[in-house]
Write a protein of this length. Sequence first.
Length: 366
Amino acid sequence: MGQIDLKTRNQMTLQSLLSIDLPIIQAPMAGVQGSGMAIAVSQAGGLGSLPCVMLSMEALHNELSAIKAGTSKPYNVNFFSHTTPAPDAAREAAWRQALAPYYAEFGIDADSIPTGPGRNPFSHEAADVLEAFKPPVVSFHFGLPTADLMQRVRSWGSKILSSATTVAEARWLEANGVDAIIAQGLEAGGHRGMFLTKDLHSQSGTFALLPQIVQAVKVPVIAAGGIADANGVAAAMRLGAAGVQIGTAYMLCPEATTSALHRTALQNCTVGATAHITALTNLFTGRPARGMVNRVMQELGSISAKAPEFPLATSALAPLRSAAEKLGRTDFTPLWSGQNVNGCKAIPAAELTLALAGTCQVISNL
């Protein structure tokens, strides 16, 4: 099959596969959005997404109930598929020692800070909640859950997506039964979805990664990372993407729950008041994730071997973040953001979704 045929196949199948009008997926963004964003995007014809990794079971049920009441259109729920590591007392102690000068600065008793994961992987408990709603789409980050959990999701008729950051990961996901693959380029904000390697040198930009994955697999491929406007969407479609997943561009929408401090940081970059500099960092959670550079990243280095394994690094920084934010500072706040903020606009999510999809019909007819 030739290149043009391959592109056409991918682009024609995603919308029918997911029963959506537009090949636009709003990226799930824990901490800056909830059901309101997902509803707005789905109502506009895209695929709205609900990030579930930080939700309690009660909160998950409530958010799903809100989506069910707010739209009859397809939506996506997203979970992480990591394995929570056993606590490492020595590493935790070294991490807190590295943070000791900050604890002293803010008058925080390090011994009073609890330990534990800040994010939980997909589980049978979560599946029990989902089963009553049978979400049309379920997506995963960091690979896939166990086979028995995959079977439960399949039994509801849900379509399954997951992120790949390399061609090898894409092939693995296809072999393990996903319906479509999200090709996550290095420009993307938030956590890298890498799961077969920890080597950051293996990570590629979106427009280098995308065509390689399109050629390597038969399922539809969704481009993600650094795409923030209709021109970027059109470029991804020309390279064979079946659709595009976009996150950062939605962070200033009124439906987003982005904090005032985070909004200000993004807005200052969009108007050119400050330079938009992002970096991959493991300081906030223990896994590489892209965010705007702040004080702790500058002073400790964005990647530190002292940070506990994901997701155990979060608890030690939590009181520092809280103390600084009370003073109007983002010294210890994870300011998640992709490299491209040009598309960030304080407009309704539905309006943004339609704008992003502006050239899709032209591309699909080529």
